[in-house]
Design a protein around this ligand. Structure first.
Ligand SMILES: [Zn+2]
Length: 427
């Protein structure tokens, strides 16, 4: 098991049955510090408010990693340099723009300077990371790629493993269990709470995704787990990140073009009502998209829409399935859709990011729902047009009303396309 740079609770350490002598060099800190009303959890940074019947306080915010109380300690293993075979086995090529961004990332990492990679959906972010990861691994450093979204981690894992074929990559998420010690770690941001000052390079993918944006605990986790530069990747940076760019505490690379150079598909907005009954206009778009040889992702705002829409789509004679966050077959279904088992997949926002389907149209039903932020709409639209042979997959937002999120999403996509055009003319 990996103890390098780890932070474990008293309970976890007890289960390992380690000898006192092997704990000699391990730092031991109180799990909860402070007095009276101002108690703070040392693992997740949250304020501690809850008490047990015996008067002990415990942290409810990170309780799903195992309960820690004000009587407990946290054990912090010092991070050791690592040498494994982190040779880059990827043989693809970066475009000149991607290569430029990649070089900028290496420079920031070497200077331990945080960096924002602001790239449109489908810009080839993962490939741009390979050189900076390889550079850190060659310097005996340890690298983590974290995302708030488990789907993103599961999608990245095989791609990273293929790119660094000689390195057994550790992948941490809710049910993953303990992993072997590896120089390259993939983890949900939540799992970073189990590391302390462990990583020389931390890459946070889809940093704007729920629940990172609204969750200070996960930002705390990134800070605690890192001892070097942090690279943030996003297509839709938060105001907070933009502010850090403006105050120069964050370097920035901007990539307004997809790797294939074509602009982002611009969503068409159609107004109507009763989308839970799939009106004629939606039916027509669905059938036309499938007839053009494409698959379709249909996004709905709520889980209880899924069976309804699935049934109505099936009635049109299309093969269809649906998927949501708690679906135990979620990973298999996405895989099946990728292998063309179905023409249409009805989904909640869980597939808004991290998923690449080639030749795929996007339909968002009730796109004016308060549950869809502008960032979510941009991400959903970003599932379309990912491949060079079909950059103009159709994207349709169906709505009853025009909302601020719809306006922001469409104007941001148009803005990115204009900047992309500009970048193209200056190359
Ligand atoms: Zn906590």
């Amino acid at each position: 098991m990996d103890l390098n740079g780890r932070q474990l609770s008293e309970g976890e350490v007890a289960r390992l049955m380690l000898s006192e002598s092997s704990l000699a060099h391990v730092q031991r800190v109180p799990a909860i510090i402070g007095r009276g009303q101002k108690l703070q959890c040392q693992r997740c940074g949250s304020q501690v408010l809850e008490a047990l019947p015996n008067g002990q306080h415990y942290c409810a915010s990170c309780v799903n990693l195992g309960r820690i109380t004000d009587q407990d300690s946290l054990y912090r293993w010092p991070a050791q340099p690592m040498t494994q075979n982190g040779t880059l086995t990827w043989t693809g090529h970066l475009t000149p723009e991607q290569a430029q961004v990649s070089q900028a990332l290496i420079e920031s990492a070497m200077q331990r300077h945080d960096h924002l990679l602001w790239a449109v959906t489908g810009a080839g972010k993962t490939e741009m990371l390979f050189p900076v990861i390889a550079h850190a691994l060659a310097a005996n450093q340890r690298v983590v790629i974290a995302s708030p979204r488990i789907d993103v981690i599961l999608e990245l894992a095989p791609r990273l493993q293929a790119a660094f074929a000689h390195l057994p990559i550790a992948v941490y998420y809710g049910d993953s269990g303990e992993q072997p010690e590896s120089q390259l770690v993939l983890a949900t941001t939540h799992q970073l709470l189990r590391f302390y000052q462990a990583f020389d390079l931390t890459i946070v993918d889809e940093v704007d995704a729920f629940p990172f944006a609204a969750n200070p605990m996960l930002a705390f986790a990134v800070k605690q787990a890192s001892k070097g530069a942090v690279i943030y990747l996003t297509a839709t940076p938060s105001q907070e990140l933009i502010k850090r760019v403006q105050t120069k505490t964050l370097a920035v690379s901007y990539l307004p073009r997809r790797f294939h150079g074509a602009p982002l598909p611009v969503p068409k907005i159609a107004f109507g009502r009763h989308f839970q009954r799939v009106p004629a206009k939606v039916r027509r778009v669905l059938l036309e998209t499938v007839a053009s040889g494409r698959q379709v992702l249909v996004f709905v705002p709520q889980v209880d829409w899924l069976p309804v829409i699935e049934r109505l789509v099936a009635k049109l004679g299309l093969s269809v399935a649906s998927v949501h966050a708690q679906d135990p077959e979620r990973a298999t279904k996405v895989q099946n859709f990728r292998h063309h088992v179905w023409q249409c997949l009805v989904t909640t926002t869980i597939l808004e990011r991290g998923v690449t389907i080639y030749r795929c149209g996007v339909i968002v039903l009730q796109a004016d729902s308060a549950l869809f932020s502008a960032a979510a709409l941009i991400q959903m639209a970003g599932r379309a047009g990912r491949s060079a042979d079909s950059p103009d997959d159709p994207v349709w937002f169906f709505a009853s009303h025009y909302t601020r999120s719809l306006a922001t999403a469409t104007s941001q996509i148009a803005l990115m396309n204009r900047r992309g055009q500009h970048a193209l003319s200056t190359v």
